[in-house]
Design a protein around this ligand. Structure first.
Ligand SMILES: [Zn+2]
Length: 401
């Protein structure tokens, strides 16, 4: 499989509270007297990651974390190599989220023994350009400077990603704002950020202004189209920054219509509980792709049911694989296991009941696991610049663990 949406992992021993923060999307400690281990994901870690570290399946959390601490850095390597053993052949790494706390794409690839490339988060590039422009007192130049910076970053990237879902939701006016509106919005945004910052620290630049988000999406679409980079959009399941009902992929439909002539592939990530809506869009709109991302890790033993729902109306050419792992190597491994096992459970049932041939089932597996990602990202400058074949290392699907 190609994990087309993943983040770096933390390279330090994690005490139990820090580990638990990374197995719940909310990012808050569990209420007093409870544990994030008491969940589908907690059980999946004990079931599928404990044996990788030489422990019995379903051992208690403290036994698991004790062994993990003993192993140190080696635990990350073992878990990532186990993901490769489960079929992982390449990773497309989003570097825009808490990048200072996790390893780089190169380090992740080296630990897993697979090639890795960067997916550039467009809002982060905008904020980086804004910080530089503000420090130099050249705020009016921001629209041009960020467009140039994004084009430069795109040259080594495999895809672009937007977190507009977290910053506002998909219910944004789908027209591009006029240049004058953008300049006014930039000045207002930076003034508010400076006014809200404590005197001794630089302002925190987090772009959530609707005019600027529209501008960022249109510029990202232009760069994606020019440089043949698909645009990933977070949808559905995510942390407390988002209003779930506003990140249903169907809310983005007016944008798909506005971008119809651009021929820009749009990939909705995660999607749960709107994976059926994403599957519908993928069936109707030629430009739309989707994955189940971290949802498969969080639904644990229910992964086959969610995959079956995703495959109800979606063309086989539109579903992709990702783990959306952040921080923990466990999540990279579990994502691969959940996808391989879940898909196998669904497809073998359909083959047994005579709905598909075994050849059909293999075709679904190889398309969703890697074939669709290879085709979708084949033109990305990062892959072309590195001399890789389409979407990295080719390889047959690995056996089901
Ligand atoms: Zn992510």
């Amino acid at each position: 499989m190609i994990d087309h949406h993943v983040h770096g992992v933390v390279r330090s021993v994690l005490p139990r509270p820090a580990f638990e923060l990374l197995i719940n999307e909310g990012g808050w400690v569990a209420p007093p007297g409870t544990s994030h281990f008491d969940s589908s994901l907690g059980a999946a870690i004990r079931r599928w990651c404990a044996p990788v570290l030489g422990l019995d399946p379903l051992c208690p959390p403290d036994t698991y974390l004790g062994r993990r601490a003993e192993l140190g850095d080696e635990a990350n390597r073992l878990l990532l190599r186990a993901a490769a053993g489960a079929g992982l052949v390449g990773a497309y790494v989003d570097t825009g989220h808490r990048s200072g706390e996790v390893c780089t794409p190169e380090e992740l690839g080296a630990l897993a023994g697979v090639p890795a490339w960067e997916v550039v988060r467009v809002e982060s590039v905008f904020e980086e350009a804004a910080a530089a422009a503000a420090a130099e007192g050249r705020v009016a130049e921001l629209p041009d400077r960020w467009a140039a910076l994004l084009r430069r970053r795109a040259l080594t990237a495999v895809g672009l990603k937007s977190v507009v879902a977290y910053r506002h939701g998909f219910d944004l006016d789908p027209t591009p704002p006029a240049p004058g509106e953008v300049v006014v919005a930039v000045e207002r945004w930076l003034q508010d950020a400076v006014a809200g910052a404590p005197g001794d620290r630089p302002p925190r630049l987090r772009v959530a202004d609707p005019v600027l988000l529209r501008h960022i999406l249109w510029e990202a679409a232009a760069v994606g189209r020019e440089q043949r980079l698909p645009l990933q959009l977070h949808a559905g399941f995510g942390d407390a920054d988002l209003d779930l009902h506003r990140v249903d992929p169907v809310v983005f439909t007016p944008w798909l219509r506005a971008w119809r002539s651009l021929d820009l592939p749009v990939v909705f990530l995660h999607c749960w509980p709107y994976h059926r809506q994403a599957a519908y869009l993928a069936a109707i709109w030629p430009s739309v792709y989707f994955d189940l991302g971290a949802s498969l890790n969080y639904v644990g033993a229910r992964a086959p049911a969610v995959l079956a729902e995703a495959l109800e109306v979606a063309p086989w050419s539109k579903l992709l694989y990702s783990s959306d792992a952040f921080g923990l190597a466990e999540l990279v491994h579990l994502g691969a296991v959940a996808f391989v096992r879940g898909l196998d459970a669904v497809l073998s049932r359909w083959v047994e009941s005579g709905e598909l041939t075994a050849v059909d089932a293999d075709r679904v597996r190889s398309l969703a696991g890697a074939g669709n990602a290879r085709r979708l990202y084949a033109g990305a400058p990062g892959l072309r610049a590195s001399g890789a074949g389409p979407a990295g290392t080719p390889g047959p699907a690995a056996p089901v663990p």
